[in-house]
Write a protein that binds this ligand. Structure first.
Ligand code: GDP
Ligand code: MG
Length: 461
């Protein structure tokens, strides 16, 4: 496999934005639109992602191309859709971001909401190109929804005058808000330079308007912006999305492979809470394609898998693997030099996090679902000058409560667990109640922060 422009891997696409803007619904719509058009076109559910072969996407998009030649080199689109990973902060891989392109969903009636801005900040920091879906246009007063394959531009032209005027006013409002945070935006058909200007795509996940437009832009973007990044990279690049117990398989890890090839029997190294974990791939799994649903067994086994794909890996000792971190393959496990190198590499992200823990030993206890979300939360707490005494990844257990309870003597207000996007075990909750440890849970960072600051105020009084 050589690195050339006609040998590109699939771009990995993330959907992000404020809660309730319609991220899930848009993805459902993309899936269904294609499926409804006859055969499924090879669209397959992957682990943590949906795989759209280029022909299926093209079929939708060419309706809009108006005779223009659509000439794409990418083999498919891989759209990340694990519900637990809606927050982009959960996804990171070695320094860069796992995601090549993002769809930022904005509710056209609400404009840029806090989580949207949070997402933009991350996209900016990682220089990830994105397009904006200005969603829920059907909710504009008196909107006259057009068939889904009508280009949005024409759909807008067909609206009653006041609906069109309201639409234009809301687009301008959104453009102003984007300008305030440093982004030039244009409706996509007026955007002459996607390198400098972000495209706005009016959509409705309910009527389906704008969804083919979105697909067409997703296809066009990689060519323009990402060719270098998407050239097939023989080096392995893989991110652990989730750690899950599956009946019959034990603890497995869900991984998005964005570079290289991974094989059954490979020696892998992943980040563990207590240090690097080394193991051997017992099975490389993907779900069955739709038409093979009746085949016995839940998963399809593979000898090897090439990027980009979503995979489930079954391997010994994954219980303490940390989601949101990179996975490495050790070429020669007998080489102590390589093992050492991998250990350092794989734990890099984790080490930087530990420096956030307050040395004085006074502070709140912080728990999150993935390394990425923990990082984002710690960043937030640092900027809010809230000290942190301990961290953990995964659900809140009794031992976490015990650790947090040591603060009862040192600073009562810090005998608190801030739990982001994780569950709290029943026994842990009981112990916390008995001991007087407060547990705050939320799946939006600033909600946690609000709860905690309100609690601090209350204590001061
Ligand atoms: P998410 O939190 O961003 O994933 O948002 P969802 O996809 O769960 O959508 C939130 C709510 O908005 C649901 O009740 C959807 O049915 C609704 N919704 C999503 N997209 C649209 C849209 O384009 N038009 C209208 N009218 N409702 C929408
Ligand atoms: Mg959702």
């Amino acid at each position: 496999a050589s690195r050339t422009a006609d040998h590109l891997r699939s771009p990995v696409i993330c959907i992000l934005g404020h809660v309730d803007t319609g991220k899930t619904k848009i993805l459902d719509r993309i899936r269904r639109t294609n499926v409804q058009d006859g055969e499924a076109g090879g669209i397959t559910q992957q682990i943590g992602a949906t795989y759209f072969p280029i022909d299926a996407v093209k079929k939708e998009a060419t309706k809009l191309a108006e005779g223009r030649q659509l000439d794409y080199n990418v083999p498919s689109l891989l759209i990340i859709d694990t519900p637990g990973h809606e927050s982009f902060t959960n996804l990171r891989s070695r320094g860069s971001s796992l995601c090549d392109i993002a769809i930022l969903v904005v509710d056209i009636l609400h404009g840029l909401e806090p989580q949207t801005k949070e997402s933009i900040g991350l996209l900016k920091a990682r220089k990830t190109p994105f397009i904006v879906a200005l969603n829920k246009i059907d909710r504009i007063y008196d909107w006259d929804a057009q068939p889904h394959n009508c280009p949005t531009r024409d759909s807008i032209a067909k609206q009653p005058r006041h609906a069109r005027e309201e639409f234009m006013r809301r687009v301008r409002d959104a453009q102003l808000e984007f300008a305030e945070i440093g982004f030039n935006t244009e409706l996509y058909w007026e955007n002459e330079d996607p390198r400098k200007t972000v495209s706005l795509v009016p959509t409705s996940a309910i009527s389906g308007e704008g969804i083919p437009d979105l697909l067409m832009l997703l296809l066009a973007l990689p060519q323009k912006l990402l060719t270098d990044r998407l050239m097939f990279n023989p080096l392995l690049e893989a991110t652990v999305l989730e750690v899950k117990v599956i009946e019959g398989l034990g603890t497995t890890i869900d991984v998005i492979l964005t570079g290289g090839t991974i094989r059954e029997g490979d020696t892998i190294m992943v980040v563990g809470l207590d240090g690097p974990i080394v193991s051997t791939i017992r099975a490389l799994l993907t779900p069955h394609p739709m038409k093979e649903m009746r085949v016995k067994g839940q998963y399809l086994h593979h000898k090897e898998i090439k990027a980009a794909q979503g995979i489930k890996i079954s391997a010994e000792g994954m219980e303490k693997a940390v989601a949101g971190t990179q996975l490495m393959v050790v070429q020669d496990p007998t080489s102590e030099v390589e093992m050492e190198y991998c250990r350092d590499e794989v734990m890099k992200d984790f080490q930087t996090i530990l420096t956030d823990v307050d040395k004085s030993g006074k502070g709140v206890y912080v728990q999150a679902s993935t390394l990425g979300s923990l990082e984002a939360l710690l960043e937030f707490l640092r900027s809010s000058k809230i000290p942190v005494s301990g961290i953990n990844i995964g659900p809140v257990h009794k031992r976490d409560v015990t650790k947090a309870s040591t603060m009862l003597e040192r600073g009562k207000e810090y005998a608190t667990i801030l739990a982001f996007d994780v569950g709290v075990e029943k026994e842990a909750r009981e112990l916390a109640e008995d001991a007087g440890v407060r547990i705050f849970t939320a799946d939006i960072i600033y909600h946690l922060f609000d709860q905690f600051t309100a609690y601090m105020e209350q204590i001061k009084k």
